[in-house]
Design a protein around this ligand. Structure first.
Ligand code: NAP
Length: 298
């Protein structure tokens, strides 16, 4: 299979974001401001948040990190969110998930102002997305759409099979792919853990998007030759033979697809880098809509 290079697409998106921010500053506008909230010391979350802050810096977007201890109560976190919602300088808010178990993620998502919800998780944004109205779309599905657009992959009239129906990936990407939009107009089948005979459906796919969170779930027998396969799953697997002691794999057993015709967005190097790039694009959208400033077409 040929490789869809997420890093290349992400670089192009980051460069475009940086051009827009530079043009806004040239027009004497303030830079957009993204606030990240990190509760506790979850190692992977630390890394994700650091990458997001670094990406903001590179693009010229202002950022702030609100670091809170593991013992923060839900009421305290909601009070901080209320302040951020009310702060006119703040364009985007992201609360890094997962949260400690004593805090309800739903309550936190619902307490983030929809206009600042750059993760696109608030029910208002999901509802607007479902109705194909302008919305802040979740970053990973938006990244998948950006990947398809970058490579000029025709979607109209194609069969798209999505494995997974989470609110973060599977459900929003199923909606986007079925809607009347440039990277849409597919006939979509959404599979989940109760799907009987998964290969029967996945073999129908012209475009197969896999977000099941199960390493190596999809093998050769699931894929039709010539398909475009987008692997979203990401897993750290112990690999004592490697110097760092682990390797990153996806939901697709990529080594089984090497000799097949078609396209693969692999893990690592596929949609992963696009999630942050889309998050920054959402921050620009949130800035533009909330402040009523048109984004320069650069
Ligand atoms: P999730 O919330 O655990 O959802 C997984 C979905 O897959 C569920 O809908 C589940 O069905 C379905 N599923 C599980 N086993 C299945 C099987 N054997 N056959 C068919 N469907 C199955 O996970 P998520 O948040 O969507 O994330 C999925 C993967 O993507 C994870 O590995 C995650 O780390 C990765 N991810 C990567 C990025 C990125 O690269 N930037 C971003 C987000 C997520 P039920 O609904 O029936 O349980």
């Amino acid at each position: 299979m040929e490789r869809l290079d997420g890093k290349k697409v992400a670089d192009a998106l980051h460069a475009q974001t940086a051009r827009v921010v530079a043009a806004l500053k040239q027009q004497q506008h303030e830079a957009p401001l993204l606030v990240a909230v990190l509760v506790g010391n979850h190692a992977a979350s630390e890394t994700y948040v650091a990458s997001k802050i670094k990406a903001c810096e590179r693009a010229g977007i202002a950022s702030r990190l609100v670091r809170l201890p593991e013992t923060t109560t839900q009421a305290e976190l909601l009070a901080i969110l209320a302040d951020l919602n009310a702060d006119a300088d703040v364009d985007g808010i992201l609360v890094q998930l997962p949260l400690p178990s004593h805090i309800s993620e739903t309550a936190v998502i619902e307490a983030t102002h929809p206009a600042k919800d750059v993760d696109g998780f608030h029910p208002e944004n999901m509802g607007r997305l479902a109705k194909n109205l302008p919305a802040l779309a979740p970053a990973t599905p938006a990244g998948i759409v950006a990947m398809l657009a970058h490579y000029g992959i025709e979607t109209k009239g194609k069969t798209c099979v999505v494995v997974g129906r989470s609110n973060v990936v599977g459900t929003p990407i199923s909606l986007l792919m079925s809607q009347n939009r440039p990277q849409g107009n597919c006939t979509v089948i959404t599979c989940h853990s109760h799907t009987v005979d998964l290969p029967r459906y996945t073999q129908m796919a012209d475009i197969l998007i896999v977000a099941a969170g199960k390493p190596g779930l999809i093998g050769k027998e699931h894929v039709r030759p010539g398909a475009v396969v987008i692997d979203v799953g990401i897993h750290r697997i112990d690999a004592p033979d490697l110097p760092r002691g682990y390797r990153i794999v996806g939901d697709v057993a990529a080594e089984q697809l090497t000799d097949m015709s078609g396209w693969l967005s692999p893990v690592p190097g596929g949609v992963g880098p696009l999630t942050i790039a889309s998050l920054l694009q959402n921050t620009l959208q949130a800035y533009s809509r909330r402040r009523g400033i048109a984004l320069p077409n650069v």
